[in-house]
Design a protein around this ligand. Structure first.
Ligand code: P71
Length: 470
C-alpha cells in the first residue's frame, strides 16, 4: 500500500476532501442474484453482456450512455414538455443552450448520437473520400463507411499503448495527417473527425494546443473539422487540470474555446448532457445546415424535434447547463479516478492515465495465455459478471469488427474491458465493491479459458454476437 492509498481524494490533491455537489432524493433498489443464477444468465446471454437482462445485473457499468441520473430540475422540466409537432418551446430552449455553451450557430436535435452521425456522414462525405480521425468509434466509423468514406486513424502512437502515461493521448498526429493530405489531395479528404475525449483509447483527452494546430493545418488545405462532442465537457476538465494557461478558466470557457476551432459537432447527449435519450448536430455553415435540416426530416423527424419528445429537449437544455458546472465535472471525473487509483495501487492492469468516463482493464495483461481471437476482453467481462454481477463492456476485437475489404477481423492493439461509470448514480462504496471484484478476477486469471464466437451479425457485431467457452 502506498501512502496515496491511505489518503482521501481531496488530500491527494493537497486540500480537504470534496464531495458530489448533490444529495440523493430518490433511490432504486439493486438486486444481486446468486452465483448459480449468474452462470445460467451468462450462458443464456451467449457470454455477451449486452444480452444480459438488466434485472440480473448488480452494478451496471456497461455504459455511461443514457444511464445517468437526472436532477430534480430536469424532472421538473419534463413536466413542461410542449408536445407540439412543430416549433415546440422546448426546442428553442435546447437550441439556445447549445448555442450558449458550445457556441455553434445552427442546431438540429436527433434521437441520439448515431442519428447525428448518420446525417453528417451523408451530407459531408463523397464516396471514396478519406475521413481521418483520432481513433475510430464503432457507430461513427460505420456511418462514415456506409456513406462511402474511408476512415483512417490519425491518433498519436502513445494512444495505442495502454501503459504509456501521456496527458493528452487523444491528440491527432498532425504529421500523419499532413502526409495523408499531401498523398491523397485535400479534395479527397471529407473532413477531420475529431473526438474529445477518445472513448476507445480509454476516455483520453485532446489538448487545446492540438486542436488549435489542427485548425491551422486544416485551414491551410481548406478542410473542415467536425467534433464528436459526446464527452467534450470531460475533455475540458483535463485541459483545465493539465494544460498551461487553463487552470484559471472555467469548464464552460474551455469548452467554448475548444469548439470555436471546429466547424461543427455531433453529440450523443446521453453522456455529458445528462439525459436518458437525445442527441444533436450543430454546424456554422448555412448551406451545410440547409442540407442537414432537409435530411433530418427523412431519417429523424421534423427539424424542431428530430425524434425526441418536447420533454426530452427540455431535459437536455437543463442538462447542458448543469453539465458544464465545474463542481459537477470534478466530482464526475473524480469518481472515475477514485476507482482507477484503487486498482492502480492494487496492481490490476488498467489503461493509464485513467480517462474521463471509465476505467479500462487491460485484458491482454489479465490473460496473456489467450490469443486475441479467443476474445480476452469479452472473457474478462464474462468473468466480472460471474464473480460479482457487475456488468462491463468489451472494447477489443469483438467491438472492432471486420475489415470490409478483406473480411478478416480487425486486430486492435487495445484489447480492453470497460468499467463505465454512469453520471450521478453510484457511490464511492460501489466503487470499492467493483475494485474488489476486479482483484478477485485478476487473482483467478491463470485458470481462465477464452471464448469462441458462435453467432456473428453483420453490423456492429458486438451488440448481438454469441459466444461459448473454449
Ligand atoms: C458508449 C456508447 C454507446 C454505445 C455505442 C455503440 C456501442 C456500444 C455502446 C456512444 C457514442 C460515443 C461516441 C464517442 C458517438 C456515440 C454514439 N457510446 N460517439 O460508449 O461514445 O452515440 O449511442 O447516442 O448513438 O457506451 P449514441
Amino acid at each position: 500500500m502506498t501512502q496515496s492509498n491511505l489518503q482521501t481524494m481531496g488530500q491527494q490533491f493537497g486540500r480537504r476532501s470534496w464531495a458530489e455537489p448533490w444529495k440523493i432524493k430518490m433511490v432504486e433498489p439493486l438486486r444481486l442474484i446468486s452465483r448459480e443464477e449468474r452462470e445460467k444468465a451468462l450462458i443464456e446471454a451467449g457470454y455477451n453482456t449486452f444480452l444480459l437482462k438488466s434485472e440480473d445485473v448488480y452494478i451496471d457499468l456497461l455504459t455511461d450512455s443514457g444511464t445517468g441520473a437526472m436532477s430534480d430540475r430536469q424532472w421538473a422540466g419534463m413536466m413542461l414538455g410542449d408536445e407540439a409537432y412543430a416549433g415546440s418551446r422546448n426546442f428553442y430552449n435546447f437550441e439556445a443552450a447549445v448555442q450558449t455553451y458550445y457556441g455553434y450557430k445552427y442546431i438540429l436535435p436527433t434521437h441520439q448520437g448515431r442519428g447525428a452521425e448518420h446525417l453528417i456522414s451523408l451530407a459531408a462525405i463523397k464516396r471514396g473520400q478519406y475521413v481521418p480521425g483520432n481513433m475510430y468509434f464503432t457507430t461513427t466509423r460505420l456511418h462514415q463507411e456506409l456513406a462511402g468514406g474511408i476512415f483512417v486513424d490519425m491518433i498519436i502512437d502513445e494512444a495505442h499503448d495502454p501503459q504509456r502515461p501521456y496527458p493528452f493521448k487523444g491528440n491527432i498526429d498532425l504529421d500523419k495527417l499532413e502526409t495523408l493530405i499531401k498523398r491523397e489531395g485535400a479534395e479527397n479528404i471529407a473532413y477531420v473527425s475529431l473526438a474529445g475525449t477518445v472513448n476507445m483509447a480509454g476516455g483520453q483527452p485532446v489538448s487545446m494546443a492540438n486542436v488549435k494546430a489542427l485548425r491551422e493545418l486544416s485551414d491551410r488545405y481548406g478542410i473542415k473539422v467536425f467534433l464528436d462532442a459526446t464527452r467534450m465537457v470531460e475533455n475540458a476538465f483535463f485541459i483545465q487540470e493539465r494544460e498551461d494557461g487553463y487552470a484559471g478558466k472555467s469548464i464552460a470557457e474551455i469548452l467554448k474555446e475548444f469548439c470555436s476551432y471546429t466547424d461543427g459537432a455531433w453529440m450523443s447527449a446521453k453522456k455529458d448532457n445528462l439525459v436518458n435519450i437525445g442527441g444533436w448536430l450543430a454546424v456554422n455553415d448555412w448551406t451545410l445546415f440547409e442540407e442537414l435540416r432537409n435530411l433530418v426530416v427523412v431519417f429523424e423527424g421534423l427539424h424542431t424535434y428530430g425524434g425526441l419528445a418536447g420533454r426530452d429537449m427540455e431535459a437536455m437544455a437543463i442538462g447542458i447547463a448543469e453539465s458544464v458546472q465545474d463542481d459537477h465535472v470534478r466530482a464526475r471525473v473524480g469518481q472515475v479516478r477514485y476507482l482507477g487509483e484503487l486498482l492502480t495501487v492494487w496492481g490490476s492492469p488498467i489503461v493509464q492515465p485513467v480517462g474521463g468516463h471509465a476505467v479500462f482493464l487491460d485484458a491482454r495483461r489479465f490473460y496473456p495465455q489467450l490469443r486475441q481471437d479467443q476474445f480476452p476482453a469479452q472473457t474478462l467481462a464474462a468473468e466480472m459478471y460471474l464473480d460479482s454481477g457487475i456488468r462491463s463492456m468489451e472494447r477489443g476485437i469483438a467491438s472492432a469488427g471486420r475489415d470490409p475489404k478483406t473480411g478478416d477481423h480487425y486486430y486492435p492493439r487495445l484489447e480492453l474491458t470497460r468499467l463505465t461509470i454512469p453520471r450521478r448514480v453510484y457511490t464511492q462504496a460501489h466503487m470499492d465493491v467493483v475494485a474488489e471484484s476486479v482483484r478477485a478476477v485478476y487473482d483467478a486469471r491463470e485458470q481462465t479459458r477464452g471464448l469462441k464466437m458462435v453467432y456473428e451479425p453483420k453490423y456492429l457485431r458486438f451488440f448481438q454476437a454469441r459466444f461459448e467457452r473454449l
